[in-house]
Design a protein around this ligand. Structure first.
Ligand SMILES: NC(=O)c1ccc[n+]([C@@H]2O[C@H](COP(=O)([O-])OP(=O)(O)OC[C@H]3O[C@@H](n4cnc5c(N)ncnc54)[C@H](O)[C@@H]3O)[C@@H](O)[C@H]2O)c1
Ligand SMILES: [Zn+2]
Ligand SMILES: [Zn+2]
Length: 366
C-alpha cells in the first residue's frame, strides 16, 4: 500500500519550500513506517534548502522528530506498531571498523530506509539526514527508531533527535565534563544551550556562556550558565580567564564553528584542557593560524563532536528519564509550535535569532 501524505519539500537551491503530496511505501525488510507527531526546525534544514549540503534536490526536509510506529517490515523485532519513538540519523551497523573496535558512536556505515519516498509524479525525494520528517508519515530504517517513554511530550522528545542531543553530547560524551569542571560555551543557540544544560547536569561548577546576542545570553543563564559574556562588548578569552582564576576553562565548546570562535576556544582553555568543535563550519573556512608550539605546549585535546558522540539506544531513554524526573529542562528549547505551512516563517525567525526551536506539530497516528 502507498500512503499519500503532506510534506515539506525543497525543490531547488534557495527557493522557498513548498508543502507537497508525498507518497510513502509500506515498510520493506528492516524498515519502519512512523506517524510523525512533532518535528523541530533545525539550521541544517535551512542549509539543505540553500544547497549548502549537496545538490540532490528535491529534499524532504525535517529530521528532529518523534512519533508512533505504524508498521514494520520483515525481520524487525526492535520496535513494533504503537511504540513511541524518537528518530535518529545514526543507526549504527555493528559491523564496520569503528563498531568492531567498540566505538559505535563513530559508525561509518549507518542505516537508512532502502525504499524511496516520492512526489506524486514518482520523483524520488532525498530525505534530510536520511530521515525526512516534516511529513505526516515517514519511512526509515528500524534502527533509526529509538523507543522511549511516551510520558514525554512529542514536541520535546523530538528535539533529542538532533541539535539538543548534539549539544548535550558535546558536553557529556565528547567533552567528558564532570563534577567541579569549568566550562565555556561559545554560541548559545539550541546546540550551545544544550551544551550548557549538559555541563550543569554533569556537575560543572563554572559555566560561561558566550554569544553576540543578549537574548541568547539570557537563555544561557536560564539553562545554567553561571556567567554570560557578550563577545561584542568584551574579549571572550580574557573574560573566560577572569572567571577561572586566570587559567582558562577545563573544557571549551565551540557551538558556532568559525575560525575566530575556534581560536577563542583554543586560547580560553586551561593547560591540558579540551576543545570541542560541535558547530559545523562551511567548506571555505580554514584552521586559524596558531603557532604549532602553542598546540604542543598547551597539551590536552582538540576534538570534534558528531551528533554529540551519542548512541541513541543508550542516550535517548536516559535523557527522557532525566527530563521526566525534572532534572533536564528540555521543554525550554521549544519556543513555539507551528504547522507544516509555517516553515518559511520559522526559517526567518531562526535567522533573526528569535527562537531556540520552532517545532512542527503533526497529527500522529490515525
Ligand atoms: N555536530 C553536530 O552533530 C551538529 C548537530 C546539529 C547542529 N550542529 C551545528 O551547531 C551549530 C549551532 O547550531 P544551532 O542550532 O545552535 O544554531 P543557532 O543559530 O541557534 O545558534 C548559533 C549561535 O551562535 C551565536 N554566534 C554567532 N556568531 C558568534 C560569534 N562570533 N561569537 C559568539 N556567538 C556567536 C549566534 O548569536 C547564535 O546564538 C551549527 O553550526 C549547526 O549546524 C552540529
Ligand atoms: Zn558501524
Ligand atoms: Zn539538525
Amino acid at each position: 500500500m502507498i500512503h499519500e501524505v503532506r510534506g515539506v519539500v525543497a525543490r531547488s537551491k534557495g527557493a522557498p519550500v513548498t508543502v507537497e503530496t508525498v507518497l510513502v511505501p509500506d515498510p520493506g525488510p528492516g524498515e519502519a513506517l512512523v506517524a510523525v507527531q512533532a518535528c523541530g526546525v533545525c539550521r541544517t534544514d535551512l542549509h539543505y534548502r540553500q544547497g549548502g549540503i549537496n545538490d540532490e534536490f528535491p529534499f524532504l526536509l525535517g529530521h528532529e522528530a518523534a512519533g508512533v510506529v505504524e508498521g514494520v517490515g520483515d525481520g524487525v523485532d526492535t520496535v513494533a506498531p504503537g511504540d513511541f519513538v524518537i528518530l535518529n540519523w545514526r543507526a549504527v551497523c555493528g559491523r564496520c571498523r569503528a563498531c568492531r573496535r567498540g566505538k559505535p558512536w563513530y559508525c561509518f556505515d549507518t542505516h537508512n530506509a532502502a525504499q524511496s519516498m516520492t512526489l506524486s509524479d514518482g520523483t524520488a525525494l532525498a530525505p534530510a539526514l536520511g530521515i525526512g520528517a516534516f511529513v505526516e508519515k515517514t519511512l526509515v530504517h528500524s534502527g533509526q527508531c529509538t523507543k522511549v517513554s511516551p510520558a514525554i511530550a512529542p514536541e520535546i522528545a523530538g528535539l533529542l533527535g538532533c541539535g539538543v542531543m548534539a549539544g548535550l553530547g558535546a558536553a557529556i560524551n565528547t567533552g567528558g565534563i564532570t563534577r567541579g569542571d569549568s566550562v565555556a560555551v561559545i554560541g548559545c543557540g539550541g546546540v550551545g544551550n544544550a551544551a550548557i544544560a549538559g555541563a550543569a547536569l554533569a556537575g560543572a561548577t563554572t559555566i560561561i556562556g558566550i554569544d553576540v546576542d543578549p537574548g541568547k545570553l539570557q537563555w544561557a543563564t536560564d539553562f545554567g550558565a553561571t556567567h554570560a559574556i557578550n563577545a561584542r562588548e568584551s574579549d571572550a578569552v580574557e573574560a573566560v580567564r577572569s572567571y577561572t582564576g586566570g587559567f582558562g576553562a577545563d573544557v571549551v565548546i565551540d557551538a558556532v564553528g568559525r575560525p575566530e570562535t575556534w581560536r577563542q576556544a583554543f586560547f580560553a582553555r586551561d593547560f591540558a584542557g579540551t576543545v570541542v568543535l560541535v558547530g559545523v563550519p562551511t567548506p571555505d573556512l580554514m584552521v586559524p593560524e596558531i603557532p604549532l608550539l602553542e598546540i604542543f605546549g598547551r597539551g590536552g585535546s582538540l576534538k570534534s563532536s558528531w551528533y554529540g558522540d551519542c548512541l541513541p539506544e543508550r542516550d535517548f531513554p536516559m535523557l527522557v528519564d532525566l527530563h521526566l524526573q525534572g532534572r533536564l529542562p528540555l521543554e525550554k528549547f521549544v519556543s513555539e509550535t507551528i504547522t507544516l505551512d509555517d516553515m518559511e516563517a520559522a526559517f526567518e525567525k531562526m535567522e533573526r535569532g528569535e527562537v531556540l526551536r520552532s517545532v512542527v506539530l503533526l497529527g500522529g497516528p490515525g
